[in-house]
Design a protein around this ligand. Structure first.
Ligand code: SF4
Length: 214
């Protein structure tokens, strides 16, 4: 069991699942660049995170519910949790269309693991609500997804303890990454953003110019 002080943000899992270096830049180096995609996502979440509760047709809907797991050492907020006759169901709001990867499913399943521990119940299923089309997609929390989330959580704790930003690996996903410019996966030669800027500054001071910077 992790002590409350050692809980890591649940939101870090989606950054880690997307790219370990992106996780390092955001969570270790506090770099954040907002692009159109992240701004739209943030606005959508601000509506869902408003900490309200309503009851309609026998279903209690809690928005912005704080969740945590001492077993897994994570904490965060669930956009929406519905408490109906079939038990709790987390619902996560996302901009755009369903993604090709499983990042959204990972985040939702991590919320379910927290809720299961907090409430002492089993949660077999949740939903993702996408802006396009505006409808819900059910997500089954099967063993494969649960194991994927558990592996990511272990990696999250390992990387946090090591406190090292992983090296960049250029891939097609880099084109949609909000940190593309900060990361410079083609220009930094595998160094962390801090290391790269330090080296570049040293080269300028030594009169050698800055490699990769026009
Ligand atoms: S630009 Fe590419 S390597 Fe760099 S953080 Fe983004 S996804 Fe990762």
């Amino acid at each position: 069991m992790y002590p409350e002080d050692d809980l890591l943000p649940l939101s870090a899992l989606q950054h880690l699942a997307f790219c370990e270096r992106q996780w390092g830049l955001i969570h270790l180096e506090q770099q954040w660049n907002e692009n159109r995609l992240t701004a739209e996502g943030r606005l959508l979440h601000e509506n869902a995170d408003s900490e309200t509760t309503e009851i309609r047709d026998g279903v209690r809907t809690c928005r912005g519910l704080r969740v945590r797991s001492l077993k897994y050492g994570i904490a965060g907020r669930a956009d929406v949790v519905e408490f109906g006759p079939d038990g709790p169901r987390p619902v996560e709001y996302k901009r755009g269309k369903p993604k090709k990867d499983d990042i959204d499913e990972v985040q939702l399943c991590a919320q379910a693991l927290c809720l299961e521990e907090m409430l002492g119940v089993s949660i077999p299923e949740g939903s993702l609500f996408y802006g396009e089309p505006r409808r819900r997609t059910p997500v089954i929390f099967d063993q494969t997804l649960r194991q994927r989330v558990e592996i990511l959580i272990r990696r999250l704790h390992e990387l946090t303890r090591a406190a090292l930003t992983p090296h960049p690996v250029y891939a097609p996903k880099c084109r949609s990454c909000s940190l593309l410019e900060v990361c410079g996966p083609k220009a930094t030669g595998g160094k962390s953003a801090k290391q790269y800027l330090k080296t570049a500054l040293r080269e300028v001071l030594d009169g050698g110019g800055v490699r990769g910077v026009e």
